[in-house]
Design a protein around this ligand. Structure first.
Ligand SMILES: [Zn+2]
Length: 224
């Protein structure tokens, strides 16, 4: 049976370049989800340079992944009580090892995830999207070689500045991030498909953004 409102506690998955984060922001704006983003929490902790931040930094400085135990502490510090607010987890759990951490949170804070949402795009499509992105270093305008090309090749429409790739968008980094997703997120999705198939939803992320958003609302049981 369809619900008039979306579920309160959602985890969203999608490979880099899937548009997952824009979707999460839009859902947050429309339905009042509190976005739980461990990546942002990590960066904020580093900026604060507190005890937690210093430990996070020491792992990253060595090129290590931040250990799950530290991610857990970080979430705990940020997520004392969900209260009545809706939570949308974007980027957590990131590894199979973090799945039990989420379960611990559910028990401790007394909520249950009611939807695991996957934004599906092929790896090839995601790579094409990411390597095609360009940004103006002067005004910050963003372009895409295929989806939103500038009028003059590699040149900002507003101020004529030569466009650049973001440092994260080089082919090597893009492929690495896709591989990380395949290695870590796909096993998590398999896990939930087996454990609670009725809570798993997929949307086709290869469509234009508005169509993906409309499909997402339907997948969450929102009418109208
Ligand atoms: Zn510009």
């Amino acid at each position: 049976m369809a619900h008039p409102v979306p579920p309160d506690f959602v985890v969203i998955f999608g490979r880099p370049g899937s548009g997952k984060s824009s979707l999460a922001e839009r859902m947050g704006a429309e339905f009042g989800y509190n976005l739980i983003r461990t990546g942002e929490m990590l960066r904020a902790a580093i900026r604060r340079h507190d005890f937690l931040g210093q430990r996070v930094e020491s792992h990253l400085a060595k090129g290590d992944l931040v250990p799950d135990s530290l991610i857990f502490e970080l979430l705990e510090a940020n997520l004392k009580s969900p209260g009545v607010s809706r939570l949308l987890f974007d980027g957590f759990p990131r590894t199979l090892g973090q799945v039990p951490l989420l379960e611990q949170f559910e028990r401790r804070l007394d909520f249950r995830i009611d939807c695991y949402l996957e934004v599906v795009v092929s790896r090839e499509e995601a790579v094409a999207r990411m390597t095609g992105r360009r940004v103006c270093p002067k005004c910050g305008a963003t372009y895409h070689l295929i989806a939103r090309p500038p009028k003059v090749a590699e040149t900002c429409d507003r101020d004529g500045t030569r466009l650049e790739r973001r440092p994260d968008d080089t082919a090597q980094v893009v492929e690495f991030r896709q591989q990380v997703y395949d290695d870590h997120a796909l096993p998590i999705l398999d896990h939930y498909e087996r454990k609670c198939p009725d809570l798993c939803r997929k949307v086709d992320g290869a469509q234009p953004f508005e169509a993906v958003y409309a499909e997402t609302r339907r997948a969450l049981g929102v009418r109208g």
